[in-house]
Design a protein around this ligand. Structure first.
Ligand code: COI
Length: 347
């Protein structure tokens, strides 16, 4: 790997206690190009804009995929990643679906490790802090003929972060718009999956909701995913989340929470929750919690939901499972408690 070090640092201008999520980036980035069928020598170099041709495939046909990961610094100043191999595998699943080349494991993993090492001072200690890591790949071939690119750029950029959502999250259940369809790209972390949500989410925001809970596209009766997160329901002291499918992202936080919940002796069910079941549970008092789970948001409790113009407020919980699970998960991630699962990876 070639390393070109930045000659100056922006770190002294950063107020680490007041960070907008994903708004500032560290001094370096990782880059590896795929040209005419071959991965080239990877490079770490100063973070900077770059010049590109306006006809790049990514601009016209959206050949773009990404991952969301986090790095954590423990009390001894050691840096840790959380289940990085899961993100690596999912990245290449996304690549396959978008007709992009698979990134070799050593390129992906060495890129992460070396970038975190070189910009290690940007990662603060403490449970309020983490480094959001964004590996991504774009089609960099030129020409507007609608076929897959022959060239690609794989990059990793990093942003020191605190929390994703500030304050309560109210959601609205999708009755018309869809995030994904069978046979589509819903399970891939493709950029367009997120762009497609912006318009309906803007409409939801105007009505006072931060996120949409997506339903299945065919019938709009099954609850599937919440915007940037997987979604969990606690009904009658059972934790329920939808099975991953062609339409639902196989979230790393989602699967980790399922394991943690089982280890805690919580009743867990992996099945679709019907909208009617949720409304009924809200009415009869058996709906205890809803929360979203994802790398960026970690666990985000949902305070209420709207469906067919009726708003259902969730009860206030003394000891919510969302907080309990969040505490346990972040303790493992920050190496505050023992990692029984072997999830943490030392950088
Ligand atoms: C993540 O949780 O890392 C995501 O990829 C969601 C992102 C759109 C902020």
């Amino acid at each position: 790997m070639e390393i070109i070090k930045a000659t100056s640092t922006k770190i002294k201008d950063v107020d680490f206690e007041n960070l907008s999520f994903g708004a500032i980036f560290t001094d370096h980035l990782f880059e590896c190009d795929f040209i005419n069928g071959e991965w080239q020598t990877p490079t770490i170099k100063p973070y900077a804009p770059f010049l590109v041709d306006p006809s790049l495939k990514v601009f016209h046909y959206g050949q773009a995929i990404f991952e969301g990961m986090k790095g954590y610094k423990d009390e001894n100043n050691d840096i840790w990643l959380f289940r990085p191999e899961e993100n690596f595998k999912r990245f290449n699943k996304s690549a396959e679906r978008m007709a992009m080349p698979e990134v070799p494991e050593e390129v992906y993993m060495n890129g992460l490790v070396e970038l975190l090492r070189i910009d290690r001072d940007w990662l603060q200690k403490g449970k309020n802090h983490s480094m959001y890591i964004r590996p991504f790949m774009i089609g960099t071939g030129t020409g507007v003929i609608a076929n897959p690119s022959n060239n690609y750029k794989f990059m990793i950029i990093m942003s020191p972060v605190k929390s994703y959502y500030a304050g309560e999250v109210k959601v609205i259940i999708a009755e018309h718009f869809s995030r994904a369809a069978n046979g589509g790209i819903g399970y891939a972390k493709a950029a367009g999956n997120y762009a497609g949500q912006f318009y309906p989410t803007n409409l939801a925001n105007k009505e006072g909701f931060q996120q949409i809970i997506w339903t299945d596209d065919a019938t709009h009766t099954k609850l599937e995913e919440a915007g940037t997160m997987n979604v969990f329901f606690r009904i009658n002291n059972t934790l329920i989340t939808a099975p991953v499918s062609e339409r639902i992202l196989d979230g790393v936080t989602r699967k980790s929470l399922l394991d943690l919940a089982k280890r805690n002796g919580m009743d867990v069910e992996i099945r679709s929750v019907l909208v009617d079941e949720l409304v009924e549970a809200a009415k009869n008092g058996s709906l205890q919690e809803i929360f979203g789970a994802g790398t960026a948001a970690v666990i985000s409790p949902i305070s209420g939901f709207s469906y067919k113009d009726t708003y259902y407020e969730l009860p206030k919980n003394e000891n919510p499972w969302s907080l309990q699970l969040k505490e346990e998960l972040t303790n493992i991630q920050h190496k505050v408690s023992e990692d029984h699962f072997g999830w943490t990876f030392k950088v």
